[in-house]
Design a protein around this ligand. Structure first.
Ligand SMILES: C[S@@+](CC[C@H](N)C(=O)[O-])C[C@H]1O[C@@H](n2cnc3c(N)ncnc32)[C@H](O)[C@@H]1O
Length: 463
């Protein structure tokens, strides 16, 4: 995602930054940009870190403060509510953000209590609200009286009488998301999945075949993707192959999506591959590298112009590229029945990638689901029109929500009697416990596989 990279961030050097604790002030600025401007934390962070001139250590502190505070918001809000003399709705939003930052330091980081409290009180005062300093002090002193485990025992609803409410507070997910994930993974594994969503994921890199090798990337090979390594610390930006575009940052689950599309058996010619929802271009770049090795090529289509530009950037220097087209994949300007392999990496709720997008769980709304499902059905139907008889379509989502996975595939297949599911699971035979909700489909999970919760369904068009 690369939209609005600096929204809400004051331009650099327009004013001197004179605040006592710059990492915490920087973290608060990111929370404000997320809250007020709808910014994406991971995109705003680099600009804010740059603006505040933070060194590597302080930048890491700011990043942890932001990600942890956004992830555990519901947990911290329940605890703050128990310590405040007024409801949360009566606390000024900018003060509440500061209190959440303080709670994260007190309950989940090794910051001494006195430092967490005094820096938060200073922060609240520096926001131009001197009167709120005393209030913040009182609330955070209350928060510091117990550790996280004892607080959860006090504030989380009873798991028997209110199982969803319990999980909402303990694992900090909205209730509707808990319910959707329960339907997808089942009650027994739900707590483990929710807990995994609050873990910081390892950074995985992909070596684009023919352009880079795993051996030149710093890290251990990924367990199942033949192209990946788990970065052993440090920044991807310091890896020459990444800087040169021969490698990239990509979750192992996403690498497996490209792998399955490329390795599915088809009869006849195998030259024309299509990525129908390509932005920002991570999978298209891996597919292009794989296609180039067999004299095939990938056409990347994307509706949003700024994301199509990111696709073009991601594909720069690749062979195996037929072009980048900005168009609506539901009414594409392409000849039907003419593509050998088609990827529909559909726009989705992203509820399988919550580890990477700490604020996404709060931004998504239940009403988004229906709109997305209708679009997903249209895109998959369009892909089945575009693929040639005997060719394959891979439908993928980074969401395990059944409405976006099994239900989309089932409903589209009912209208396309010439298409049928084929076995994607067999192409990932070495990956354990990844059976999807329909026969032959695959569902990866953060708590089982350490990947995003990617869903894969492979379809073949017979006529
Ligand atoms: C899940 S993302 C794809 C990620 C991409 N495959 C990658 O690996 O980098 C879905 C993409 O579909 C695009 N999209 C949404 N509606 C579309 C449509 N009607 N036609 C084509 N692309 C669309 C979104 O803008 C978004 O870039």
């Amino acid at each position: 995602m690369a939209e609005r990279p600096t929204r809400g961030v004051p331009p650099r050097r327009t004013r001197r930054v004179e605040v006592a604790d710059r990492p915490r002030r920087a973290a608060w600025e990111v929370l404000k940009a997320v809250r007020v401007d709808g910014a994406y934390a991971n995109l705003v962070l680099p600009a804010v870190i740059d603006h505040f001139g933070l060194d590597t250590r302080d930048a890491a502190l700011t990043t942890e403060l932001v990600s942890g505070t956004l992830r555990r918001r519901a947990t911290y809000d329940a605890i703050i509510a128990a310590c405040a003399d007024r409801p949360l709705t009566k606390i000024e939003a900018k003060v509440l953000d500061a209190l959440r930052l303080g709670a994260h330091q007190l309950l989940s980081m090794r910051v001494p209590d006195h430092a967490a409290i005094s820096t938060t009180v200073d922060l609240v005062r520096s926001l131009g609200n001197r009167g709120a300093g005393g209030f913040a002090n009182a609330v955070l002193r209350g928060v510091s009286e117990h550790d996280l485990v004892s607080w959860l025992a006090r504030v989380a609803p009873d798991p028997v009488t209110d199982p969803t409410g319990h999980l909402v507070t303990v694992h900090s997910h909205p209730a509707w998301v808990v319910d959707q994930l329960r339907q997808a993974v089942g009650e027994a594994e739900l707590p483990a999945l929710l807990a995994a969503d609050n873990e910081r994921p390892a950074v995985t890199l992909v070596a684009r075949p023919g352009r880079a090798t795993r051996g030149e990337l710093p890290g251990e090979p990924t367990r199942w993707s033949p192209y990946g390594v788990v970065l052993d610390g440090g920044s991807p930006a310091a890896v020459p192959a990444v800087v040169e575009g021969r490698a990239g940052v990509q979750d192992e689950g996403s690498q497996l999506v490209a792998h399955v599309l490329a390795t599915a058996g088809i009869e006849g010619q195998d030259r024309c591959w299509l990525d129908l929802c390509a932005g920002p271009g991570g999978k298209a770049a891996l597919l292009a590298a794989l296609a180039a090795q067999r004299d095939a090529g990938v056409l990347a289509l994307e509706r949003a112009p700024h994301r199509a530009r990111l696709v073009a950037r991601s594909l720069a220097g690749s062979s195996g590229v037929l072009g980048v087209v900005t168009a609506d994949g539901t009414t594409p300007p392409l000849r039907p029945a003419s593509w050998d392999r088609v990827l529909v990496d559909a726009p989705c709720t992203g509820l399988g990638a919550l580890r990477r997008r700490p604020e996404a769980r709060w931004r998504r709304k239940p009403g988004d689901l229906l709109t997305l499902v209708l679009l997903q059905r249209s895109l998959l139907a369009s892909a089945l029109d575009l693929v040639r008889p005997g060719g394959v379509v891979l439908y993928a989502t980074c969401s395990p929500v059944l409405a976006e996975t099994a239900e989309v595939v089932t409903s589209v297949l009912q209208r396309h009697p010439g298409a049928a599911l084929v076995d994607a699971r067999a192409l990932l035979a070495e990956v354990p416990d990844c059976d999807g909700p329909l026969p032959g489909t695959v569902q990866l999970w953060p708590h089982r596989h350490g990947t995003d919760a990617m869903f894969l369904a492979l379809l073949r068009r017979a006529d």
